[in-house]
Write a protein that binds this ligand. Structure first.
Ligand SMILES: Nc1nc2c(ncn2[C@@H]2O[C@H](COP(=O)(O)OP(=O)(O)O)[C@@H](O)[C@H]2O)c(=O)[nH]1
Ligand SMILES: [Mg+2]
Length: 223
């Protein structure tokens, strides 16, 4: 019989332009936008996924471009039960900088939170700058798992999120899920910190980001 697993927050991290938003869109809607504009608003999308009869709703947080200014704060990470760290397989610098994101993640989240490493843009096979073996070795050293992805073709995207969901489910079933998460069920207000709502990525903007966002454009609603 299928079991209902609690909704799980997943954070997506990595350097700007590696394809975080494109991967999230590919997973949620099955589409790719070649001319993906730079992300200006934080978003989160919800997608339920069935892993071996267990259904888990992933609430996937995508940055508002704060990664450019190292301006992600604790609210972005708070309560996350899984993380995807993305690098661009054609960009060595984005691979090297991934370690900073993994280190930051580990500062904010308990050690048992599963981390997936996505080597994105694998469709650009003529320009690959990091061999998969190297990425796998790095992932293993971080107790993480590597998946080569392409938001453009869809390669690896389902595997990426299914593997993550499966590890989240294992954690929940064994009682190792992130301790703050159960509070969110029917009690979002309970997690408000300093006036910031951890279930609204747009509240994650530091003051300087808010000032920068002067266009008055409507923010996308969070789940
Ligand atoms: N060829 C290719 N381009 C991609 C892929 N994923 C993203 N892009 C492109 O890379 C750019 C940055 O993507 P975006 O999702 O905005 O990156 P983000 O800043 O990490 O959210 C956009 O022009 C995308 O169309 C991919 O898998 N393959
Ligand atoms: Mg983005």
């Amino acid at each position: 019989m299928e079991k209902k697993i609690s909704p799980a927050k997943v954070v997506v991290l990595g350097e700007a332009r590696v394809g975080k938003t494109s991967l999230t869109y590919r997973f949620s809607s099955g589409t790719f936008n070649e001319h993906q504009p730079s992300t200006v608003d934080a978003t989160c999308i919800e997608k339920s996924i069935n892993v071996n009869g267990n259904i888990v709703k992933l609430v996937i947080w995508d940055t508002a471009g704060q990664e450019r200014y190292n301006a992600l704060n604790q609210v972005y990470y708070r309560g996350a039960e899984g993380a995807v760290v993305v690098y661009d397989a054609t960009d060595l610098d984005s691979f090297k900088k991934m370690n900073q994101w993994v280190t930051e993640l580990k500062n904010y989240l308990p050690a048992e939170i599963p981390i997936m490493i996505a080597g994105n843009k694998s469709d650009l096979y003529n320009n690959i700058a990091i061999q998969q073996e190297e990425a796998k070795k790095y992932a293993k050293s971080q107790n993480s798992q590597f998946v080569a992805t392409s938001a453009k073709t869809g390669t690896g995207v389902q595997e990426l999120f299914t593997t993550l969901a499966s590890r989240i489910i294992q954690n929940q079933l064994s009682g190792h899920s992130n301790v703050e998460v159960p509070n969110k069920i029917g009690g979002r207000g309970a997690l408000k910190v300093d006036g910031l709502d951890p279930f609204n990525p747009n509240s994650n903007l530091k003051l300087e980001d808010k000032r920068r966002k002067s266009s008055g454009k409507e923010k996308k609603k969070c789940c």
